[in-house]
Design a protein around this ligand. Structure first.
Ligand code: ZN
Length: 143
């Protein structure tokens, strides 16, 4: 189902998770997210500066797709503006829902392309983006 290169990228990110630690500090926004369909859980730590992702990290437990997705997503959006991330988020959702890769700049996250055929795993792949949405909601409440 998943091509070999993509499969190896997913395995690598699951094994050697990037940005896998607790970000410390009073200015860190911390959100928990639980995937209702697979039981995957994660905590996303985000530090913003001037509408940009200054730093981002996560901790979690779950299936390899959810953990690899989180690792690749944090790597992808670190340093980007909220506007750029909003755009990537749309492409990511589209990739999983339709398998469409056109115009996307998703980096390693593209390796999740094949998940679009595995309907039961959509929530696993999209978990870090949902956690990100929750982070934005938290941010709006704080302002
Ligand atoms: Zn899962």
């Amino acid at each position: 189902m998943l091509n070999d290169l993509y499969r190896r990228t997913i395995i690598d990110h699951n094994k050697r998770r990037r940005n896998y630690y607790e970000l410390q500090g009073e200015d860190v926004i911390k959100v928990h997210y639980k995937n209702p369909t697979c039981g995957d859980v994660m905590t996303l730590y985000t530090r913003l500066e001037n509408d940009r992702i200054k730093d981002i990290s996560f901790l979690g437990e779950g299936c390899s797709i959810s953990m690899a997705s989180s690792s690749m997503m944090t790597e992808l959006i670190k340093g980007k503006s909220l506007e750029e991330v909003a755009n990537l988020r749309i492409h990511a959702e589209k990739l999983i829902r339709t398998g469409e890769t056109a115009d996307s700049d998703l980096g390693d996250w593209l390796s999740l392309e094949g998940v679009h055929k595995l309907r039961a795993r959509h929530n696993c792949a999209l978990m870090p983006w949902r956690a990100y949405d929750k982070m934005l909601k938290t941010l709006n409440r704080m302002e």
